[in-house]
Design a protein around this ligand. Structure first.
Ligand code: IPT
Length: 970
């Protein structure tokens, strides 16, 4: 047997022997799925491959069996990981940067399977072997004959197998290389994973069939008519029964239609047919233009409430089931997401079918990123090196051709983070020529010479505002300035959802609503790419960079989604849902009016039902429906409070009116009753508890007594009403969040942990204790070893009946020139107080700049239920604006009262435990609960990648006092 020719692996050529790219079509032509079990062997490199493995006679009986589609590194990771392990890098290439060469250590999967051509497989026409996605380069044989090779991991490749197939049994063999020249173009921020990871099939191409179809279905908003023209082989008939359309391919027809939008995803079933093939299409009529500096669909400005979506499954990697794709879209729609950027490669084609059907705007992004060249001043960056031009154009063509018939796809994106260059310009020029119906997006060229929208990532609020005013900095090329300044603007990435946060989303949303030009953006990113693992004793955890022993990795930077790896919404998604709600409800107790604004771009509010409820102290006292006419997009209605609210009598607690907009009927993505938006107004305040004193404090054995409370010799509360505790002490520390730990400037956590600051190792020094007729006063100074700065903290204890009051007065001493993580007290309380009820903000966690989704009410949870399971443990779970909170268990209840409000967390571990943990499973419950009662917390911001906390949400040290009450009931 001859030596195999491996030159294609390091060739910049996109492939050989491939068929021309064409649309993904649902055809009635014969097809045979080749998914399932394949024989598989993993070679260490090209030198180690099985010579002659493609020969039908080759004996692979002792090879392993591997599922296609799958990614070979995702197998048996809790066992012996037979095919290597995932590796994560964000920007750096994990191999020497020496394009187009790749390492000798090049894991190479050899796949083989036999299949039987069905007896009724047509004897005429062509038969094509179709790969939907193979990472990263591969060569293909049928019955020992080489068909060709390909690259472009997340793009389809077809080979003509006709001449080499025979009736009965056939053998297909595929050799897949982890590294190839193509890897230089695939440096996306994600796990490096390999294999035949999307479906494989054999498809028949009948003679006189429909090779390709290009649907042009525009909508004229002035006339309400749709224009339909379908490019298809000559002689093909196009029918759209619902519209009475029966035309020839190439012919244009104009009919009255309902347009497609993300809000009203109206599709029409159509068919293109020749004598030998029928193709089914789902057509959406819509027109996308950039006009007067605004991106418009069907004549209207749209606002993108988007997310960046990587394909991720915690068990399968980038192999996704249709159910998982649908789940993504359902969860998105339930949380008011209306747009997806397919960062940073075209998704499984079935995902786009679902986008058309369920309704989201899509920026379809090409499989291209060369980010690692940034570390080498972009020298040799393929984007500007002529030899890579074919590879770039090939990738663009394969995306555009495959996806061109999707109504949901409103823009083509050239790729991500590939700097600038002639090859990008060529991609853009080609796509504009091929498909004038879609604007071009690319973020990496701020001069914006070859794009139709100005796109940026992580621009802060101030810059976004300048861009909105068209007063942004000039382009590098002055000639392009006028062009760019008149483009619509989007943030293709903003609000980095890593860990707790992102903060500051509502401030962005205001800018998007204020400036015509700012048309929204896409949160980075949709999902945490955690790899599901189990401990030996069966507890689930999620792995991130470094957990597989990679020598080069970017840690948990891959854990930055709005949903956890198991697709459960994180608080960030709940907050986003509120921030971008498409209907804004304002309840104004002053004028006794409710304002409802329809912030949608196309749909009226006819699909919604409005309800109201009045709660007294958290109990629903009255409720009803609100009669509203269906509001057109952009319109508002103002209605008076329901008449029954005129006289509600004396409130029994704080009284709130909540108005909700819910789905009136089932939608494909949520059931009737699903909440879309809400608004609240306070109708009556409650007379809050008034801190008071009475009982005198007195010395008791080795300590002090005050009412029903006992204190130790250092003035620390040790018991109240017989409930033992480790009394509240000043706490300024929190387990740093990802946004505290990282920054493009100086991470806050570095400052907090600086040798001469040391907020994580504070010591408490008692300066004096006074027990007198008023109560107990304990003066302290709180500071860390090596620190000169300190915080004066005076605890004033007062007792009134069974109620103990604490006022803490703090006074920064020295030069505190940074915001504090938190300002409050921490106590340890008995473990059995596990049942938590509070009145205040809820139900979820909320911080200064992530608090829109917190509504006021009475909520109940457990200690376990109050922990947010961030994959990388950090500060979490704080409830905001709390009036009172009770912890109950073992027949006792400890109640904390605010005067007026506080924030609280309760955990079975300490902040120090949280900060030390690398994964959730590192957290071990202690024998007590740790209760933080805070006057304030620093906001979250988005500094892990982007702007930090806005000034108004920073917790700057200053003299302050706060008061809390404590009560114990049996
Ligand atoms: C930006 C990337 O486009 C995205 O893929 C992801 O890595 C994100 O950052 C961070 O999670 S690039 C960055 C230099 C702004």
């Amino acid at each position: 047997m001859s030596r195999t020719d491996f030159t294609y692996v390091e060739s910049v050529s996109p492939g050989s022997g491939r068929r021309d790219p064409r649309a993904a079509l649902a055809s009635d032509a014969a097809a045979l799925s080749l998914d399932g079990d394949w024989r598989f062997r993993l070679a260490a490199g090209l030198h180690d491959t099985a010579v002659g493995f493609e020969d039908p006679a080759f004996d692979a009986e002792d090879w392993d069996v591997l599922a296609v589609p799958s990614m070979w590194q995702m197998h048996d990771l809790d066992g012996d990981a037979p095919y290597g392990r995932p590796a994560y890098t964000n920007v750096v290439y994990p191999f020497p940067v020496d394009p187009p060469r790749v390492p000798d250590a090049n894991p190479t999967g050899e796949y083989r399977r036999a299949f039987t051509l069905p007896t009724d497989w047509p004897g005429t026409g062509r038969t094509v072997l179709r790969f939907e996605g193979v990472d990263s380069a591969f060569a293909v044989w049928v019955n020992g004959i080489r068909l060709g090779d390909g690259k472009g991991s997340r793009l389809p490749t077809e080979f003509d197998a006709t001449d080499h197939l025979r009736p009965g049994e056939n053998t297909v063999a595929v050799r897949v290389h982890q590294w190839s020249a193509g890897s230089y173009l695939e440096d996306q921020d994600m796990w490096w994973l390999s294999g035949i990871f999307r479906p494989v099939s054999l498809v028949h191409r009948p003679e006189g069939g429909i090779e390709d179809v290009f649907v042009h279905a525009g909508y004229d908003h002035r006339t309400g008519r749709g224009d339909l023209r379908i490019e298809a082989p000559e002689g093909a008939r196009v029918t759209v029964p619902e519209l009475g359309i029966d035309i020839s391919a190439g012919e244009t027809v104009s009919v009255a239609v309902e347009p497609w939008t993300a809000e009203t995803p109206r599709l029409y079933d159509a068919e293109v047919a020749t004598a030998t093939e029928r193709v089914s299409l789902r057509i959406g009529f819509r027109t996308v233009v950039v006009e007067d500096g605004v991106l418009k669909v069907n004549g209207r400005r749209i606002l993108l409430r988007g997310v960046n979506r990587h394909e991720w499954d915690p068990d399968q990697g980038r192999t996704l089931s249709v159910a998982t794709m649908r789940r993504d879209l359902e969860v998105m729609k339930r949380h008011n997401v209306n747009a997806v950027r397919t960062s940073h490669y075209p998704p499984d084609r079935r995902f786009l079918d679902l986008c058309d059907e369920i309704g989201v705007w899509v920026i379809d992004e090409c499989d291209l990123e060369t980010h690692g060249f940034v570390f080498h001043e972009w020298r040799n960056n393929p984007s500007d090196v002529p030899m890579w031009r074919d590879a770039y154009l090939d990738r663009m063509a394969r995306m555009v051709e495959r996806d061109k018939n999707h109504a949901s796809v409103i823009m083509w994106s050239l790729g991500n983070e590939s700097h600038t260059g002639q090859n990008l310009a060529a991609m853009s020029a080609w796509a504009k020529e091929r498909d004038p119906g879609r604007p071009i997006h690319y973020e990496g060229d701020w001069d914006s010479g070859y794009v139709d929208v100005y796109s940026r990532m992580y621009a802060d609020h101030a810059e976004t505002d300048r861009i909105g005013h068209q007063t942004e900095e000039s382009t590098k090329d002055p000639a392009l300035d006028g062009h760019r300044r008149n483009l619509p603007f989007i943030l293709c990435e903003y609000a980095h959802a890593m860990g707790n946060g992102p903060g500051g989303m509502s401030e962005y949303q205001r800018l998007f609503e204020q400036h015509q030009r700012c048309q929204g953006g896409f949160i980075w990113e949709w999902i945490d790419h955690g790899v599901r693992r189990r401990t030996d004793d069966g507890r689930e955890w999620f792995a991130y960079g470094g957990d597989f022993g990679e020598p080069l990795h970017d840690g948990n930077f891959v854990i930055d989604g709005l949903v956890f790896p198991d697709r459960e919404p994180s608080p960030g998604l709940i907050e986003f849902k509120k921030v971008v709600e498409p209907v804004r409800i304002t309840v104004d107790p002053g004028s006794r009016r409710i304002t409802v604004e329809n912030l949608r771009d196309f749909a009226d509010t006819g699909d919604l039902e409005f309800t109201w409820a009045v709660e007294d102290g958290g109990d629903v006292e009255h409720s009803g429906g609100l009669d509203l006419p269906a509001l057109d997009p952009g319109n508002a209605a103002i209605v008076q409070f329901p008449a029954v609210l005129a006289d509600l009598g004396e409130p029994r607690g704080e009284r709130w009116l909540t108005v909700r907009a819910v789905l009136a009927k089932d939608e494909p993505w949520a059931e009737a009753g699903h909440e879309i938006a809400w608004g609240q107004g306070r109708l009556a305040a409650a007379a809050g508890p008034v801190p008071a004193g009475g009982a005198p404090a007195e010395a008791a054995d080795r300590g002090y007594r005050l009412g029903n409370a006992a204190f130790d010799a250092l003035g620390r509360l040790t018991a109240i009403g017989g409930l033992e505790l480790d009394g509240p002490r000043l706490d300024l520390w929190r387990a740093p969040t990802d946004n505290d730990l990282r920054s493009w400037h100086a991470p806050l956590a570095d400052t907090w942990k600086r040798e001469t600051v040391g907020l994580h190792r504070l010591e408490h020094k008692v300066l004096g204790i006074e027990a007198d007729g008023e109560g107990l006063t304990v003066a302290t100074r709180v500071a860390a070893g090596a620190a000169e700065i300190g915080m004066g903290a005076v605890y004033k204890w007062r007792s009134e009946g069974g109620r103990l009051w604490l006022t803490v007065e703090v006074e920064p001493q020295g030069d505190w020139d940074f915001p504090l993580p938190r300002l409050g007290v921490r106590a340890a309380v008995p473990k059995e107080l596990d049942d938590v009820t509070w009145f205040g903000g809820g139900p979820g966690e909320a911080y200064a700049d992530t608090r829109d989704a917190a509504r006021v009410g009475r909520f109940r949870s457990t200690v376990a239920g109050m922990q947010t399971p961030y994959v990388f443990p950090q500060e979490n779970g704080s409830r905001i604006d709390v009036r009172w909170a009770s912890l109950s268990g073992g027949g006792r209840t400890l109640t904390v009262l605010g005067a007026p409000h506080f924030a609280f967390t309760v955990r079975p571990w300490t902040s120090e435990d949280l900060a030390a943990a690398r994964h959730r499973t590192d957290l071990v419950e202690r024998d007590r609960l740790y209760l933080n009662l805070d006057a304030g917390l620093q906001g979250m911001g988005s500094a892990a990648c982007g702007p930090g906390v806005l000034p108004e949400h920073r917790l700057l040290p200053r003299a302050a006092a706060f008061t809390l009450g404590f009560e114990v009931a049996e």
